[in-house]
Every structure is written in C-alpha cells, then in structure tokens.
Design a protein around this ligand. Structure first.
Ligand code: WQD
Length: 339
C-alpha cells in the first residue's frame, strides 16, 4: 500500500518508515525539515535498501497540502507525526503550537475526507491523561485538563479527528497515545537528535555519559514513589514504530470496530528516574554524575500504560526491556559523537 508519513524524517517518524518498508509498504514522506534533515533518507535506505519518496514543504501551507493530495490521489493511508512536541517551548509560544499542530491536522483531514476511503493514524500522547487517578492507565481513563499547550494540542487533535470520523464514515482513524519513547534503531543509523539541551531524560543521560553535559539534574526525589523519583513507561522507539504498522493495517484490512479508536502504546511497566540511571550505568559500565534538584513544574508523579487493548486488538506488544532500549540509545549517542 502507498502510505504518507508526515514528519517522516523525525525521531519516531523515521523508525516508522523503516517498519512500514519492512512490511512491504511504499512510503512517501512530507517533512519541512525544521527538526530533521534529509540525511535521514540515506540512513533509512541503508537499513531497508529502499529510499522513501520525499516532498519538502510545511503543512501550514494549506494550498500545498491541497496540491499534494491532488497529485497523489493514490495514497491508501496516512501516519501523521508532523508537529511541534516540546512541552516547555509550547508554554512560551502557544500560538506556534496551536497553528503547527492543529491547523495542519485540519488541512490534512479536509483532504482525506474528499477521498472515497482513508486510513489515518494520529500521533497522540499519554500526556492527555495528566496524573491519572488509577495506574496502570487504561484508554478509558479520563482526559484531564492539559498541563501545557502541547498536551492541549493532542487533546484537541483527538477531538477533531473523533468529530470528523463521526460524520465521515469513509474516514477511519486511530489515535496512538505514546508513553515515553526512547532508544534508537539497533543499526544506530537513525535515532533521536534533540536540538540544543535535551528536555527529555534519556538523551540527557546519554549526553552526560558521553561527556557533553556536566551532570544530570534529577527533578525531585520526594515524590510518593518507592525511591522518591517520578515514574514513567519508557518504550523502545522500534516497538513504538511497529505499533503504527499494526494500527494502520487494522484500518486497511477493516479490522477496526469503530471508525475512531484510541490505543495506549507503552510497555505496561513503570520505571523511576533512578532506575533509568541504574539501567544506563549497567549497560554502559559508566557511573553517571547526577544531582537532585527541585521538581520540574508540570511533571506528574507516575504514568505507565495498561496495554491489554493494544495487545489483544492490535496484536502488538512491546518486546524490548528498558536495558535493551537504553543500550540502543547509548550505542546511538556514541555513534553520532564518533566515539
Ligand atoms: C521523564 C522523567 C522528569 C529530564 C514528555 C512529554 C510527553 C512526551 C515525552 C511528546 C520525568 C525526569 C527529565 C531531566 C529529569 N513527549 N527528568 N531530568 O516529561 O514524562 O514526557 O516527553 O510526546 O508528552 O510530556 O518525559 O523525558 O522529559 O521526563 O529528572 O533532565 O525524567 O522529571 O520524571 P516526560 P521526560
């Protein structure tokens, strides 16, 4: 099938392109390269032997979105990653996030609803749950008021898709609520390339391990958890990528039960910050320098997924352990720093 991947040169997008190609799909990528580079095309080719088609433009340009679908009327499915995703940045520049994450989604859906049929996978986030009342978190957990404009764009995005699918039965969609993606492709050809100082834990750990950062700041150790540090569900990015192929194929084969569905994508296991540090030290053999500082505003105590719905209905289950994911992140860090 011919699959459009928006943001396909990015961290999760590029890993998903690889898995789509491995599953026999033809891929075309749209990316504005604001947080990625066309070099990733060569990296993908080196992994799969196939170069995805690529078109560079910004999905905020509505006319270009319309022209793209006019010239590419044979697209069977879309996986929509293209969006801004930095929580802190979204607080400082909300309109950038509402325009880039919502307007682009609307333009995409306006084109898809013209097609006789369309399958659409939306990149959502566990952030929609806020601090869930019960753990592990199921898809029925209530969506809570967003803690950031970024999180709000995911909530609004899900509602826009839900409302559109309700009146456009030829449009089928799945929102995948990611937990915490980490790691890199085992070949170390593709991985996470955070611009500037990483906001996320694992890239900060590997950059500290490689000597790029002086030490890791652990944001709080007085949470009501076993070791006092916050808990998250860290999922290998390759496992996450594979869930997109499974979700897309559910729609392409008509196996979906509703024409809008939501799935949590995590491992089902929570790990604390200190446990993640220990994982790094175990796989790297290095001691990580860190200090305990104040909690980061907006952070929740704990989040990890109940993955039964994805396991049973998508036929997908995360395979990699935290150590395996961390080892892939460390191999990638060493590779890109030529160590
Ligand atoms: C993980 C844990 C921090 C950095 C965010 C987004 C979410 C998704 C993933 C896009 C927390 C602690 C972190 C550091 C630390 N992004 N930490 N020192 O905040 O769970 O989720 O990224 O979809 O939507 O909200 O991920 O990696 O930033 O933090 O102690 O230098 O590590 O407090 O407990 P988070 P994270």
């Amino acid at each position: 099938m011919k699959i459009l991947v928006t943001g396909g040169l990015g961290f999760i997008g590029s890993h998903t392109v690889v898995e789509l190609q491995n599953s026999g799909h033809d891929v075309i990528i749209i990316d504005n390269c604001s947080n990625s580079s066309t070099e990733v095309l060569d990296r993908i080719t080196s992994i799969t032997g196939k170069t995805p088609a690529f078109v560079k433009f910004d999905l905020r340009e509505k006319v270009k979105v319309q022209e793209f679908f006019t010239h590419n009327n044979d697209i069977d499915g879309v996986i929509h990653f293209a969006a801004s995703k930095a929580v802190g940045e979204s607080v400082k520049d909300p309109l950038l996030y509402y325009e880039n994450n919502i307007a682009t989604l609307i333009y995409m859906l306006q084109e898809l609803q013209k097609k006789e049929k369309a399958s659409f996978i939306f990149s959502s986030s566990c952030t929609v749950y806020g601090q869930a009342d019960e753990l592990p978190i199921t898809e029925n957990a209530p969506v809570k008021p967003a803690e950031s404009p970024y999180g709000n764009t995911k909530q609004i995005g899900e509602e826009i898709i839900r409302d559109t699918c309700r009146v456009q039965p030829q449009l089928k969609a799945i929102a995948l609520r990611y937990f915490n993606p980490i790691g890199a492709h085992p070949t170390a050809e593709i991985g996470e390339l955070p611009l500037g100082v990483p906001a996320n834990l694992v890239p900060f750990i590997t950059q500290t391990g490689i000597g790029m950062r002086e030490e890791l700041s652990v944001f709080g150790n007085d949470y009501p958890t076993a070791d006092g540090t916050a808990i998250r569900d860290y999922i290998h990015v390759v496992d996450l990528a594979k869930s997109h192929v499974k979700a897309l194929e559910r729609l392409l084969t008509g196996a979906n039960k509703e024409n809008y569905e939501v799935f949590n994508v995590g491992t089902g296991t929570g790990s604390s910050v200190l446990q993640v540090i220990k994982s790094f030290e175990k796989i790297s053999g290095k001691s990580l320098k860190y200090k305990i500082v104040d909690k980061r505003e907006g952070d929740i105590t704990a989040a990890y997924a109940d993955t039964h719905k994805a396991n049973n209905e998508l036929g997908w289950k995360a395979q990699s352990t935290l150590d395996e994911a961390m080892a892939s992140a460390w191999k990638w860090e060493q590779k890109i720093r030529d160590i």
